[in-house]
Design a protein around this ligand. Sequence first.
Ligand code: G3P
Ligand code: MG
Length: 246
Amino acid sequence: VVTLLGLPPVIGHRGAALVAPENTLASFRQAALLGARMVEFDVRLSADGRPVVFHDDTLDRTSNGSGPVAAASLAELKRLDAGGWFSPQFSGEAIPTLDEVLALCLDLGIAANIELKPERGREVETAETALACALRSWPPGIAPPLVSSFSRRCLAAAGRTAAAAWPRGLLVGRIPADWHGAANALGCHALHADQRRLSAPAVAQLRAAGLTVLAYTVNDPHRAERLWAMGVTSIFSDFPMVGQKN
Ligand code: G3P
Ligand code: MG
């Protein structure tokens, strides 16, 4: 039986994106130093089908490269600097592969939330490739990563892989009218919603249906307290020390 028990109140968003370049190994180390027990990161495929950890569709904002991530091979991505844009202190930080991030999480003893970010048309390939890679990296005895996506196709495909028993979360901005049916159909135990769209009655309704509710992105400690009081289990924070509640 899949369980989401054990989720911490604070999850490091892209590591600790406020104090280190998002989605780099430095960012995940920083999250662990701040006391985070779990980190969230974004996974997409390179041109040669390798799962890498990077948020945007394009390289421009958070690296010294340009153009679509999906148009660059892993070798090309590995030549880029994903830290210098944030601060010179981090220049030389690489774009990590999913393997590298999972190995670091295991090393640091922190849990992982793999957010699948597929290119349009590559939803099934992204889920299958990333989860096959994660299954090879993650030892069976350790609580498995939480797999989330805005893409329903991706989540459905995840449910057909050998990682089908890993917990899944449906990512949404506004809570969709069909949230209940969608979560059931996709085998999702959690709903990860934009914190600005959450109210006490909405959270109560989701929880009454048996869903665990997570909220992104919360960097204000007062808002974090409000959300926990509403029944939100975990918040994603760029500074995962919010509320000192790790
Ligand atoms: O997974 C929570 C949050 O990261 C979803 O939005 O755009 O930051 O990946 P985004
Ligand atoms: Mg994300």
